[in-house]
Design a protein around this ligand. Structure first.
Ligand code: IMP
Ligand code: MG
Length: 180
């Protein structure tokens, strides 16, 4: 285990079964639809690559990038789009893929923006959910697992851009970010 990790919250084996299960449910729900999977960069990269390998349907894959965090563990509340997807979404059933739903501000902003582009539907799949932290009026359609109100890293999730490549999800030791 990484020395900055307090405790492993979701193991590699659990991540495999979570993504497999979600992929199978999504395969069922989206049969016959024109699916566009949109990963929210950068945190969703590992989740998206594992999840889509369990979606047994033709689909497009694209990425959108928003920034709201900066260099702290608290969301700034201001959301900015850094990389966008195509403007016309008519005919597409859009599935947004997130690493973690925290205050919900980032995803709410992205959902509102994309719904103006005439998609057939928009849904959200998040690997992790911190429901106790929600501020924005948004709910995920598919959730991997609920997590407590702790700062977590790994499997795409970062602190100051580090720890994304840990193969599990772990709670970051408080002293790592409180000493800053
Ligand atoms: P929100 O706008 O507050 O919902 O936060 C959205 C983004 O903040 C997520 O997509 C993550 O990239 C990041 N974030 C929120 N909580 C955590 C955490 O515990 N660890 C790492 N990143 C987080
Ligand atoms: Mg993110």
């Amino acid at each position: 285990m990484n020395k900055d990790v307090e405790k492993i919250l979701v193991t590699e084996e659990e991540l495999y079964s979570i993504t497999k299960k979600l992929g199978e449910i999504i395969t069922n729900d989206y049969a016959g639809k024109k699916l566009l999977v949109v990963g929210v960069l950068k945190g969703s990269i590992y989740f998206l690559t594992d999840l889509t390998r369990h979606i047994d349907l033709p689909c497009h894959i694209d990425f959108i990038q928003a920034s709201s965090y900066g260099e702290s563990t608290e969301s700034s509340g201001k959301v900015e789009i850094i990389k966008d997807i195509e403007k016309d979404l008519s005919g597409f059933d859009v599935l947004l893929v997130e690493d973690i739903l925290d205050t919900g501000r980032t995803l709410k902003h992205i959902c509102d923006m994309l719904s103006e582009r005439n998609p057939e539907s928009i849904a959200v799949v998040t690997l992790l959910d911190k429901p106790s932290r929600r501020v924005a009026d948004i709910k995920a359609d598919y959730v991997g697992v609920d997590v407590p109100n702790e700062f977590v890293v790994g499997y795409g999730l970062d602190y100051n851009q580090y720890y994304r490549n840990l193969p599990y999800i772990g709670i970051l030791k408080r002293q790592v970010y409180e000493k800053q």
